[in-house]
Design a protein around this ligand. Structure first.
Ligand SMILES: Nc1ncnc2c1ncn2[C@@H]1O[C@H](COP(=O)(O)OP(=O)(O)OP(=O)(O)O)[C@@H](O)[C@H]1O
Ligand SMILES: [Mg+2]
Length: 240
């Protein structure tokens, strides 16, 4: 597991005492309670937990989509608590990719255009980027589907487009919120294996929220989110 040295960060993703509270009538609801998490380049960490335990909130905080009430989030060596508007957006754009439960793809763009859009937003859409987009789709087994609109793809294919798009941005941090929820068990396994392989190959710091304990064996570390904090999960029992 040798991460690409160009993308080696001492701290790829670090959540330090992250607390998120929201008003709840006259009361305050604590969603995250001094949660701590450190993910190094090339590491895949999984998080499970009951519905409503705060998994998506944790990913939103880690992905700089939501500010915690207190605590520090460090991404690609940069502490973010004091980071404002444009700098925060730039760090998110340059360092973080998020894969959602149902791949949020644009209905009017073909598979390859979804990837090219990532380069376009960065002002980097040239011939090399176009080739890279097709290479990534090839890698994910979608070479023959590159020019299809999402409406003509299966749920599993759309999800793989979502992952290819996430990799297109060359992120330091990859966050995935139940990326296999819409897939049958075999496709789900393939997608998880792919995430694990790309994590190691590209030196990503990857956090995957998953429901299915069948995939915990692919993780370097697994946590359960409970009471607003992360606790180490017991080792997965390999399926027979
Ligand atoms: N902005 C908000 N305002 C009020 N409550 C919120 C807000 N965001 C999240 N919550 C609450 O925080 C709790 C955690 O939500 P979250 O979506 O993070 O859970 P989850 O673990 O992802 O659940 P699931 O497994 O169902 O996706 C829930 O009780 C939710 O209703
Ligand atoms: Mg959720």
């Amino acid at each position: 597991m040798t991460p690409d040295p160009r993308k080696e960060h001492a701290v790829a993703l670090h959540l330090d005492d992250v607390t998120v509270t929201v008003p709840d009538g006259d009361d305050t609801l604590t969603i995250l309670d001094r949660a701590r998490l450190a993910v190094a380049p090339g590491e895949l960490v999984t998080i499970t937990g009951a519905s409503g335990s705060g998994k998506s909130t944790l990913l939103a905080v880690a992905g700089l989509l939501r500010r915690p009430t207190s605590g520090e989030v460090t991404v690609a060596d940069r502490p973010t608590a004091a980071l404002r508007g444009r700098d925060r957006t730039a760090l998110r754009r340059d360092s973080i990719a998020i894969v959602f439960q149902a791949a949020q793809v644009f209905p009017s763009l073909t598979a390859v255009q979804q990837l090219e859009l990532v380069a376009h937003i960065r002002g980097e859409l040239d011939g090399a980027a176009r080739r890279r987009a097709r290479d990534l789709l090839d890698l994910l087994g979608l070479g023959g589907r590159a020019d299809q609109l999402p409406g003509h793809l299966s749920g599993g294919e759309r999800q793989r487009v979502g992952i290819a798009r996430a990799l297109m941005g060359e992120p330091a941090v990859l966050l995935a919120d139940e990326p296999t929820a819409a897939l049958d068990p075999q496709r789900a396994r393939e997608v998880m294996e792919l995430l694990a392989a790309e994590t190691r190959r590209r030196g990503l710091a990857t956090v995957v929220v998953i429901h299915d304990p069948a995939h915990l064996d692919l993780a370097d570390r697994s946590y359960v989110l409970h009471g607003g904090a992360l606790q180490p999960a017991t080792a997965a029992v390999p399926s027979p």
